[in-house]
Structures are given as C-alpha cells and as structure tokens.
Design a protein around this ligand. Structure first.
Ligand code: MEV
Length: 417
C-alpha cells in the first residue's frame, strides 16, 4: 500500500471516495470488490433463520492507520456519526509519532466443562489433571484439520468453586484456534470430553461451552501521540487525567470503554465476526480484578509526549462463520490485507486505542458536540449535493443559523447552484 492517509476524503461522494482510496492506497482490485459487494437475500437466508429481509448499516473506511509499519485502511460498519472520523483523526495523530505497534498472546481460547454432584472436588481436580494428556488427545481427535494447521488442545486447567448448589469443578480445555474464532471447535471438543470427565470424576457434567472471557487471546496496541501534534502538553495532561478517572470509577469506565467499543465493534462487524463475543470478552476483562476499569492507559513519556496503550481479548476469526460467507466481509478482509486472525485482532486493538484517544482528546478540550455537529452538518451538505468548498460553506452557515437539517442543506445548495 502506498499510504492510508487520504486527506479531504469527507468532501467526496461515496463513488469518488472509492476511487480516491483505490488510487491513494494502490488497492484497486480490493476496493473494486468492496464497492461491488452486497449480501443477497438468498445468502442471508442460509445464514440465520426466518429471514424476511436485510438490515443495512453504513460502511465507511477509517484512514491514516500505520500499524507495525504497515499502512492499513480500516473498513468500519456503524450507524453512529463521528466514529469513523474520530478513528481516522486518532490514527493521523498516532502516525506522526510512528504509528501503532502491536503484540498478542496468540489465538488461544478456553472451553468450560462444569462438573457437579461431587463430594471430593479437590480429588476430582487431581484426577482430571492426571489424565490431561489423554483428554488433550481426545479433544484433538475431534479436529484433525485444526491440528494440521498447527492448532489444537494445549492443556487442561481445573477451577474449583463452592457454589450455592454445592461444590463445582470446572475443567478448562485450552485450545489454540489458529485462524478460527474457535467457538465451534472448542464447543465440539468440550462436548466430546464430557462423558470421559464424568467417568474420571464420578460427577455429573452440565455445561460444556466456550468462555468469552478470552484472557488467553489478548491483543495489545501502543502509540506515542506527540504533544505538539495533539494541542500541547496541557492537552496530554488533560487526557491523562480523563483516563485516570476511568481507572478508578466504574461509572466513567463504562463510557470510556463504550467509546473504545465504538471502534472495535464497527471493525469487528465489518469483518463479519461475532461482535457480542468480543464485547463480552472486553467488558469481562475490564472487570478482571473485581472492579470494572478502563481498557486503556495514558502516560506522559520522558520527552513530554503522550503514550497510549490498550490490552483486551479480541476473539476474531478469518475462517468459518460469516467472515467466509458474507460478500462484504470477504472484501473487507482483503482491504485490511490480513492473512491471520491474530493480525486482524491486533489491527482491531489499534482501532480501539485510536478511537479512545480521539474521544478523550475531544472531551479534554472542546467537548465532543461541536465536532459532532459540524461533521453532521458537512454530511448533510454532501448528501444535498454540495462539493468542494461548498460543503464547508453550507455546513458553517447551518451551524451559525442553528438550523442543521437536510432540508436547510438542500435549500442552501439550491441557492448556491
Ligand atoms: C460516544 O459514543 C462515546 C464517548 O462517550 C466515549 C467517551 O466518553 O470516552 C464520547
């Protein structure tokens, strides 16, 4: 890719945008595919039950992302205004500090097998662990393809609870899911192990299901936002103060993390992945020490620049599920240029950090409403047919008049042409 930074994209029509992205990024084939992609009613009918239609959501692209030295254009599916603009803004500011750098723990998930009716939970735990190799081999027999691709069962953990219905032993099957999100693979394995675990423990197994607290599938991103680029050291300090509140106050942390998920869910949705799985993982991870906290941190580095970091579970896949079926999702994966689920998870973490940084910067300075309203006004002007300088002129006039509506944008556009 030449560059993912495409200034003035918002001034163009959707068709012109696609051309500009194809030209600037060098992704002509991928962008052409994205432009032509759409889910058909027949395809939808094969995805879920009782289909009667399609529910459409806008798909935009966030620009300016430099992630581990690679330019990335990030398609985002969202109904919320300002999200894509904010993600792009954050990416532009991170870019001037060298972009995002990422890491991950790898695509490892847990399945839980709940054993009840035991009088000797500690003995049962040891009995399961004694047979860990046998259980792993049984699990791997269920998915030889996963093993062939370098994944499969890695180990067994056993947790003990004293619940209100008596002691419980919960065996965790730890599985490297490679490029699958993994729910199908680990659920199948867990169901296969259940009868043997009953034999081993003498207990009764009820639940056999994936855990969405994917704390072994963490994605991380870091960015340095140069202070002069973000409005000065005072802005950097205000962002640190805003983030500090989200570290200690669950009321603020919920909103802070909601902002992160604005970006993450939009990127996950565009790739056809399970947004609820990623959301459940993110919020459960945010609460892992018993108090709900922010998923990002901000500090001032020794040279006065702002350092932002994020760490969260990102359980996404590239094989199986809607990602391989939905024509738009398939095109989105090509635009992202990712070849592994792990690569995708790290891009998603970077989007979350960018989104959060942009929100905090707006909140720490002028607030979000002014930017939000001017973006809304510009979008209305574009929809009314305005092009070039007329977009900002019409938007400014509507803001000054306090009349920001499609009708007024069309009137002003008619007067101007
Ligand atoms: C709005 O969708 C998201 C924000 O509330 C996030 C935040 O407050 O950090 C702006």
């Amino acid at each position: 890719m030449k560059t993912s930074r495409i200034p003035g994209l918002y001034r163009l029509s959707p068709e012109e945008r696609l051309d500009a992205i194809a030209l600037m990024t060098g992704l002509k084939a991928e962008i052409t595919e994205l432009a032509g992609a759409a889910l058909s009613l027949g395809e939808a009918d094969r995805m879920v039950e009782n289909v009667v239609g399609l529910f459409q959501v806008p798909l935009g692209v966030a620009t300016g992302f430099l992630i581990d030295g690679r330019d990335v254009v990030v398609p985002m599916a969202t109904e919320e205004p300002s999200v894509i603009a904010a993600a792009s803004n954050g990416a532009r500011m991170a870019r001037s500090g060298g972009g995002f750098t990422t890491s991950s723990t790898g695509p490892v998930m847990r399945a839980q097998i709940q054993v009840t009716g035991l009088s000797d939970p500690f003995g049962a735990k040891m009995a399961i662990l004694e047979r860990a190799e046998e259980l792993k081999a049984m699990a791997n027999e269920k998915d030889p393809m996963l093993v062939k691709y370098g994944g499969g069962a890695l180990g067994i953990e056993v947790h003990i609870f004293d619940s209100r219905v008596g002691p419980m032993v919960v065996a965790h099957l730890i599985v490297d899911c490679r490029d699958a999100m993994g729910a199908n693979a680990v659920n199948t394995m867990a169901e296969a192990l259940a009868p043997r675990i009953e034999e081993i423990t003498g207990g009764k197994v009820f639940l056999r299901i994936i855990s969405n607290l994917a704390d072994l599938r963490l994605a991380r991103a870091r960015a340095v936002f140069p202070s002069e680029e973000i409005g000065g050291l005072d802005v950097a300090k205000a962002i640190v103060a805003a983030a500090a509140l989200a570290e200690v106050d669950p009321y603020r942390a919920a909103t802070h993390n909601k902002g992160i998920m604005n970006g993450i869910t939009a990127a996950v949705m565009a790739t056809g992945n399970d947004t609820r799985a990623v959301e459940a993982g993110a919020h459960a991870y945010a609460c892992r020490d018993g108090q709900y906290r922010s998923l990002t941190h901000y500090e001032i580095g020794s040279n006065g620049d702002l350092v932002g970091t994020i760490e969260l579970p990102v359980a996404v896949g590239l094989v199986g599920g809607a990602t391989r079926v939905h024509p738009v999702a398939k095109a989105v994966v090509k635009v992202l240029g990712v070849s592994t689920a792990d690569d995708l998870s790290r891009i998603i973490a970077a989007v979350g950090l960018s989104q959060n940084f942009a929100a905090l910067r707006a909140l720490a300075t002028e607030g979000i409403q002014r930017g939000h309203m001017s973006l809304h006004a510009r979008n209305l002007a574009v929809q009314a047919g305005a092009r070039g300088d007329m977009i900002d002129a019409i938007a400014k006039k509507m803001i000054a008049e306090g009349r920001i509506s499609q009708e007024r944008a069309e009137e002003l556009q008619r007067e101007a042409s």
